[in-house]
Each structure stands twice: as C-alpha cells, then as structure tokens.
Ligand binder design. Structure first.
Ligand code: SF4
Length: 328
C-alpha cells in the first residue's frame, strides 16, 4: 500500500451512500444527484469483504462517510461488523440521526465522530443546507459531548456565506469540548467553485489574531498524517484547526484512499482516475492487484493538479465527482 512517493496508505474512507437528508449547496445540487439502481452500490457483505482485504493489506483506520452514512438502512450492522476488525473506526455525519445510533457507536467502540456544521445560526444553517435540522444537530453534538465522544466539527468556510462566524466558532471552543475544523472551500463536480469564495489559512489566522490577540491562542501539536493545523484558545477546553487543501496542501504525508459507495477506489480526493473493485469482486476475481496498481499510480499532489492554476482550472477540477458522491 506504498505509492511511488513512499507514502504508506493505512487509512481508508468508505462512502456508504450517495444519498443525504440535507442539500448543502456546495456539495450537491438542490434536486439531489440522479438516483441509480440499488445494485450499482455495494451490499453490506461486499463492504465488509473489501474492507477485510484492505485490512490485510495494512489499513489501520476506516472512516465511514456518505452522502449521509446513517441514512443507510444497514448502517448499524456495517458499523458493528467493521468494529470487529483490528482498526480504528470513525464516522463523518451531518449529525441529524446521531441520537438514534449513539448506543450502536458505544457498543462498537466508535469514538471518533466528525459532525458537519457550517453555521452557528439557525436560519443561515437552514439556507446553506436547504433543510431545517439546526436544533437537532446542535442537541446531538451536545449529546455526543455529554457521552464522552471525541467530537470534531467540520465547517466549510465560504466568503460571504459563513466567514463572518469564524471567530464565533472559535469562541465556542473556549468552554465547549469540541474540535472545530475550518475547511478551505474545495472544487468538486457541480459546486460552482472559484477561489474568490474561499478563505485561506492565513486569513483565518489573521482574523483570529485580530479578535483574540497574538497571545490569545496557541499552536498545538498536530498528530501524524494530520490533515489539519491545530490551535487552542489560551485556557480553552476545545480546539480549532484549519484544513488547507487549497493554499497549504499536505499531500506529502497523505495516507488516505477512498472507496466510493459504488465500489470504486480513488487514490486521491481530487483524482479522476478510479478503479472498479466491485465489478471485479462480483466476478469472483482477486482485487489485490487492482488495489496495488491504483496506489502505485497515485499522483504526488491533488490528483495531478499540483499548481494552484491547475487546481483552479474548471477544465480540470470539474471532471471530478460531486462531493456527495465521494464523501470527502
Ligand atoms: S489532495 Fe489527494 S494526495 Fe493530497 S492530501 Fe488530499 S487525498 Fe492526499
């Protein structure tokens, strides 16, 4: 699972579905994405079988994503079966259904939970997600904190939409045991991306300094392979961080690969070349070679869009799937 640049891949993100109970405007079109026949997607036993193969190859961490992973009817069975593997299991969810799965999480030892939340304001969250679940999401975040989960909050920062709340999110971490991660706005199929709507790591830090002072917060140690640069308010309970794929990419330590809900292997979030594992598995073939070839073909950075001009070129960055069909 080592690529041509010596990066060892031991972290698999599995998308359980392309469906979601939200319609975030930067992730999927208002009408949703075209629904495909059920047999296009991995069945429970196929997810477990492919996951076992990756664990045999050295995967140590699996994160479940979507769309919204918890809307899948067999989500609890998948979580329980994966929790029997020698891995660290995590999930990224929009938080709406967390109260219905929290016992399953505890029984399965699933502790690392990322909840997507793009605003601390009810109405704005409703306008970003085109659904009204703000109160439910906030109470479920508090429920997770009260039950001792390690709660990260993923916030995509968009200029003119929620960048005015950056320091409010940080203030939230002062007395709340939550880890806010600001994500630089990234290009995906159909999200009408251009960098003028993004807010960079540097700008987030300068706004933080303006509000809290240069000595009001501190840099804290990042974990190995961390995608985020981490900080804490002085005396704060929680932390905040920035994931800077646009202005400060972290590809040199990348250990991540992705399995889409329809069983395709993506060696990079931004890679357009995918390997179809599901069809091969259903044909009874061994998928090991396919996996190794896919990883050996991984580009050094952002699926080959190394320069910011390439990364900003719609002719290149719009060939990728929509975010909902990758799972971040
Ligand atoms: S852009 Fe691709 S190579 Fe870079 S860190 Fe993300 S997944 Fe890894």
């Amino acid at each position: 699972m080592t690529d041509a640049f010596g990066r060892k891949h031991d972290y698999l993100r599995i998308s359980l579905t392309e469906r979601c109970n939200l319609r975030c405007f930067y992730c999927m079109p208002a009408e949703g994405i075209p629904l495909r026949p059920k047999d296009h997607f991995m069945r429970t036993e196929e997810i477990i079988s492919i996951a076992k193969t990756f664990v045999e190859l050295g995967v140590k961490k699996i994160r479940l994503t979507g769309g919204e992973p918890l809307i899948r009817k067999d989500a609890d069975s998948i979580i329980k079966q994966l929790s029997e593997l020698p891995i660290e299991l995590g999930i990224t969810t929009n938080g709406i259904l967390v109260d219905q799965f929290i016992d399953c999480f505890e029984e399965s030892g699933l502790k690392a939970i990322n909840v997507s939340l793009d605003s601390l304001q009810h109405e704005k969250m409703a306008s970003i997600t085109r659904r009204d679940y703000f109160n439910r999401i906030m109470s479920n975040i508090q429920l997770l904190i009260d039950r001792g989960f390690d709660v990260k909050v993923n916030t995509v920062v968009m200029r003119g939409t929620n960048d005015d709340e950056i320091t409010d999110f940080i203030e939230w971490t002062r007395n709340t045991n939550v880890h806010v991660r600001f994500i630089e706005f990234m290009p995906f199929g159909g999200n009408d991306w251009d960098w003028s709507k993004g807010v960079s790591l540097d700008e987030i830090l300068s706004r933080t300094t303006d509000r809290f002072g240069a000595f009001g917060f501190e840099r804290i140690t990042d974990r190995a392979n961390d995608t985020s640069k981490n900080y804490r308010l002085k005396g704060g309970i929680g932390t905040f961080a920035v994931i800077s794929s646009v202005t400060n990419p972290f590809c040199d330590t990348c250990n991540r690969i992705r399995l889409t809900a329809d069983g395709k292997l993506k060696n990079c979030l931004f890679s357009n070349s995918e390997t179809d594992l599901l069809t091969s598995l259903r044909a009874g073939n061994n998928i090991l070679e396919l996996i190794q070839d896919n990883i050996l073909n991984k580009r050094s950075m952002r699926g080959g869009m190394d320069s910011i001009s390439d990364f900003s070129n719609p002719a290149l960055n719009q060939q990728n799937r929509s975010m909902v069909a990758i799972g971040g």
